[in-house]
Ligand binder design. Structure first.
Ligand code: NDP
Length: 503
């Protein structure tokens, strides 16, 4: 690639140029290699369309090599490391992350399109995540008990439990927050003692390659982490089917999640899934409007709405409906749209022309009525896959814009009346999904009663999507299986073995 400074609106740091001028190989068995077939893909800046880099595109052959390397490592020196040594490696990786946040953030911005303020934040959060799971690595412990008398007489036996790593794990991540998705899966898996084959999304391959370099620099033994860029239907599917893989951890569309479950039924691989969402945001008449206006708007527009926990079904009490709509329309209109490298950008591009067309199909359908578009609704002319932050008011529960995950900056607003919390919850829960949600009120009783009634894995009060390393996150209903982050995130990668000893 012959990229020059003119391809970007802001000067990139020298470290990012060093990365861009280098190769983007696969990481297999501790070595950076081309794909076996020699195939390569090209990744583009979604804000400009500029080609950024060629990257090695793996297929089933590379996946097989990576899985075998992970399998060998699982039974090799990695399995002999103590919990404390694993923790030390994770902390070293966290330190390397901290030292490289600017480069990692810039790569995320140009490969994915997210605004720089967000990329910087997520890069730093990833360092925190490795520190957090280093702490858990040191605290993996079982329990002791005595078996019941019908098994062995009291005082004659002892049972204890061991927490053992699941084995080789296949991790498949999407393009919407590429580096964070990889880190939030890798950190607990490594803390637990698993070995990993990571498949990043084909749309956003760059940051994972740098992640691989940092992992090797931190001193992880060869084969413990293998990274195979490649497309879902070949590399992803090969990973899911591989008999030496004991568990698949997937984040992405509900459709592919279901496909993976069917595939894994054959050999009963463990599966955890973080899938789509269409999360409710419920605004009561006593909400603090100064906080609710930007807070509810950002629940939808954060990350251009390409966010599984986005709050996109907004239920607003009739008493404040017009006031909130007006405030949010003004907020949406004030959001700076542009290249993520600009410090004041709030809305970057969507990931691809395909995603832009998909999002605009929902907006155009809503435009036909009877709903009203009160903000945005247009896709600025190219280059770049931009869509304005869009508010669709007066929607009804049957509309596609209300029922389906759009994965773009499109908010669907509905009005409600009265104060019957069960009736309000029934509206909010009228969805196949159950990932996130938020409640906006200054009344403690309403807040807690409503949080309890929302059928989602994560509910915020007077804020939205407050996730972090120590807060379990995952879905009810078709939003997924299992919880990531926190102790639950570690448990996904551990088996429990009970050992009974006759004394
Ligand atoms: P996908 O579910 O297709 O992609 C997610 C990951 O799965 C990618 O790494 C992809 O690879 C991989 N993949 C795709 N097909 C298979 C397969 N058969 N076996 C194994 N892995 C596979 O999401 P899309 O990128 O197509 O996005 C479509 C929609 O999905 C979005 O509009 C949004 O609604 C939803 N989505 C939800 C996300 C979430 O966080 N919950 C994240 C991303 C999307 P590759 O892309 O390289 O082909």
């Amino acid at each position: 690639m012959t990229l020059t400074a003119a391809d970007f609106p802001v000067e990139l740091s020298p470290g990012t140029w060093d990365v861009l001028r280098g190769d983007f190989p696969l990481l297999i068995d501790g070595k950076f290699v081309s794909s076996a077939s020699g195939a390569a893909g090209v990744t583009h800046d979604p804000a400009t369309g500029a080609a950024l880099a060629d990257f090695a595109l793996g297929d089933a052959v590379d996946v097989d090599l990576a899985v075998r390397a992970a399998h060998k490592a699982f039974g090799g020196p990695w399995s002999k490391l103590s919990h404390f040594e694993r923790a030390r490696l994770l902390r070293k990786l966290a330190d390397l992350f901290e030292a490289n946040t600017q480069v990692l953030a810039e790569l995320e911005v140009i490969d994915n399109g997210m605004p720089m303020w967000l990329a910087g934040l997520t890069a730093r959060n990833n360092a925190e995540l490795f520190h957090y799971y280093a702490g858990w690595a040191e605290r993996i412990e079982g329990t002791t008990t005595t078996p019941p008398a019908h098994v062995l007489a009291a005082g004659e036996a002892l049972t204890y439990t061991l927490r053992e790593p699941v084995g080789v794990v296949g991790q498949i991540v999407p393009w919407n927050v590429p580096l964070s998705m990889a880190c939030l899966k890798l950190a607990p898996a490594l803390a637990a003692g698993c070995t990993v084959v990571l498949k990043p999304a084909e749309e956003t391959p760059l940051s994972a390659v740098v992640l691989g370099r940092l992992i090797m620099e931190a001193g992880f033994p060869e084969g413990v982490v293998n990274i195979v860029n490649g497309d879902g239907a070949t590399a992803g599917a090969a990973l899911v089917r591989h008999p030496l893989v004991s568990k698949i951890s997937f984040t992405g569309s509900t459709e592919v999640g279901k496909l993976i479950v069917r595939e894994c039924a054959d050999d009963l691989k463990k599966v955890s899934l973080e899938l789509g969402g269409k999360s409710p945001v419920i605004v009561f008449p006593d909400a603090d409007m100064a906080k609710a206006v930007p807070g509810v708007a950002m629940a939808t527009f954060f990350l251009q709405g390409q966010n599984c926990m986005a709050g996109t079904r907004i239920f607003v009490h009739a008493d404040i409906y017009d006031e909130l709509l007006e405030g949010m329309a003004a907020f949406a209109g004030s959001m700076k749209i542009g290249h993520g490298l600009h410090a004041d950008t709030m809305i970057g591009p969507l990931i691809s022309a395909k995603q832009k067309a998909r999002v605009m199909s929902y907006v155009d359908e809503a435009r036909a009525g009877p709903a009203r578009i009160v903000a945005g609704g247009k896709a600025p002319e190219g280059p770049g896959h931009f869509v304005e932050p869009t508010i669709v008011a007066d929607t009804t529960p049957d509309m596609r814009v209300v029922r389906e995950e759009i994965f773009g900056p499109v908010m669907a607003v509905q009005r409600f009346e009265g104060d019957d919390l069960d009736a309000i919850a029934a509206m909010a829960n009228d969805s196949d999904f159950g990932l996130s949600g938020s409640v906006w009120t200054q009344d403690l009783s309403t807040a807690h009663k409503m949080a309890a009634r929302v059928r989602s894995g994560h509910v915020s009060v007077n804020t939205h999507g407050a996730v972090g390393a120590n807060i379990p996150f995952g879905g009810f209903k078709q939003s997924g299986w299992g919880r990531e982050f926190g102790r639950e995130g570690l448990d996904l990668y551990l088996e429990t073995k009970a050992v009974t000893v006759a004394l």
